[in-house]
Design a binder for this molecule. Structure first.
Ligand code: ZN
Length: 136
């Protein structure tokens, strides 16, 4: 069995935004040369997260708006006493995921509208995006 690892740096531009990183994930899987196996996609951060969903402008704004509604940037948060970004941690904790998807015949199996969306909540920053693939 072969294992393969790639890390990208994604520079976010705003305090809060959604960035489609699907091209990078697909390139990593392609370059791995793995035909059948699985890929794990990790955003190793506590104030940004990854979701699988549609890259559509209105929906991306809906995601940010609804997150802000659930966890407003300003609130009575304990963590803000030391770091002033509790809202970003809470949003990430509520919505974070570490997608693991099958690779079949060299292609990542995912839904038509499942793009890899990085949700930034404490930017702008440089974020790491890790793709780990294993298989034959
Ligand atoms: Zn913090």
């Amino acid at each position: 069995m072969k294992t393969w690892f790639r890390e990208y740096t994604i520079s976010t531009k705003k305090g809060s935004e959604v960035v489609d990183v699907t091209d990078k994930v697909l390139a990593a899987v392609r370059d791995s040369g793995i035909k059948n196996g699985m890929a794990l996609v990790l955003l190793p951060h506590a104030t940004a997260t990854l979701v699988l969903n549609e890259d559509e402008g209105g929906l991306k704004q809906d995601l940010l708006d609804r997150l802000e509604q659930l966890v407003p940037q300003r609130g009575n948060y304990q963590h803000d006493r030391i770091d002033d970004n509790a809202h970003a941690h809470l949003k990430s904790a509520l919505f974070g995921s570490i997608p693991v998807l099958p690779i079949v015949d060299g292609r990542l199996v995912r839904g038509t509208w499942q793009n890899f969306l990085l949700i930034e909540e404490d930017g702008p920053r440089n974020r790491r995006l890790v793709v780990f693939a294993m298989g034959e």
